[in-house]
Design a protein around this ligand. Structure first.
Ligand code: SF4
Length: 355
């Protein structure tokens, strides 16, 4: 059966609401479904089949319900990184689409929020396929459940995999609410990463669980940023930083600015001067990530001397700058690369963009 055929079949994807309604229909009260949800993350043991605290109908149905949750994602392959304790996971969804997650060093997992992505960042493999479809909140949570099974000490979730969370905001916030309520992962360790959108800041004002925020900045110059992130929401750099700063002060978590560093593109003194002006005195960290090699792309990383120079300049303005490797780079860990290789092997090419 060809992959293309699988993609054309209509599927309805399990949502957290579906799961909840199912448990309620089986007679679950808040203590029962709360226990079931915590057990999904290994926080509490599964109820025994003779545990009288659970209604009989519910007890009998729990193993099948657990299997249903397990079927949301299927691990297609795992790829161990060489340099860092990272593990790249390729998952197949029930309709045959694939997504990537990465188990990160220091007890973190990076999850996807969409199949493909509409933003189209010029340095990103995922951006080249466009948006294929949204992930349901259950599909996002299922990546964390899978991570917890492989590494029970997982205690940080970063929403930085395939997709732009602000383009699937309802499902991402629902997943964050669920994780913050049942997984025992501290709220400050749920890191929502976005290119920026007024709707994100509006929604976070009223959300019960307050995640930490990472902002993909990449340039301080409006025209250049629009070229690098062609379909990001229209919000000025200044408005973005102003809103982010007010969220950081309200929550007590610093903003993590993300900057994919490309030689001759955004590593110049003009950008550095702007970063100093915009971020001096802000409650923020600047994460520079030297660009990943993407097939067919001409972007290259600056050398480490230039990186050091940049850090020194920013330090003068008391801006903390970190230079990071993208986890699992050595196993095609750049966003979307593993999935792209899988699709080629399956003879499917890139999926069709529906955005
Ligand atoms: S870097 Fe992120 S926002 Fe940009 S295209 Fe890739 S997945 Fe989308």
């Amino acid at each position: 059966m060809g992959v293309e055929f699988i993609f054309n079949v209509h599927f309805s994807f399990m949502t957290l609401e579906d799961l909840h309604n199912k448990l309620i229909a089986l007679g679950a009260k808040p203590a029962h479904y709360g226990h079931f949800y915590r057990a999904l993350f290994g926080v509490v043991p599964w109820p025994a089949s003779d545990d009288q605290r659970f209604p009989k109908k519910l007890r009998e149905a729990l193993p099948a319900t657990q299997r249903e949750v397990d079927r949301v994602l299927e691990v297609v392959s795992t790829h161990q990184g060489e340099e860092e304790a990272s593990l790249k996971l390729l998952f197949k969804l029930q309709d045959g689409h694939t997504i990537e997650s990465v188990l990160l060093p220091r007890e973190g997992v990076c999850v996807s929020t969409q199949v493909g992505c509409a933003v189209g960042c010029v340095f990103c493999m995922t951006g080249q396929s466009g948006l294929i479809r949204q992930l349901s909140d259950m599909e996002i949570v299922a990546q964390v459940i899978a991570a917890k099974k492989l590494r029970p000490d997982t205690r940080k979730v970063v929403f930085m995999g395939m997709g732009e969370p602000s383009h699937n905001l309802r499902n991402v916030l629902s997943a964050i609410d669920f994780l913050g309520t049942y997984s025992q992962i501290p709220h400050k360790n749920l890191v929502l990463s976005t290119v920026g959108d007024h709707r994100v800041f509006d929604a976070l004002k009223t959300s019960k669980v307050k995640p930490a925020l990472a902002i993909s900045l990449h340039s301080t110059i409006e025209e250049k940023r629009a070229r690098l992130l062609p379909r990001a929401s229209k919000i000025s750099v200044l408005a973005l930083i102003t809103q982010a700063e007010s969220y950081a002060r309200a929550t007590g978590y610093p903003i993590q600015y993300q900057w994919t560093l490309m030689k001759g593109v955004n590593d110049g003194d003009d950008e550095l001067a702007n970063i100093e002006k915009l971020l001096a005195g802000k409650y923020a960290v600047m994460n520079f990530i030297p660009v990943n090699a993407v097939a067919g792309s001409s972007f290259i990383r600056p050398d480490w001397d230039r990186c050091r120079e940049m850090a020194v300049v920013l330090k003068r303005s008391r801006i903390l700058a970190k230079f990071r490797h993208s986890a699992a780079q050595d196993v095609e860990g750049g966003c979307g690369q593993l999935r792209s290789r899988y699709l080629k092997e399956m003879g499917a090419g890139n999926d069709k963009c529906v955005f």
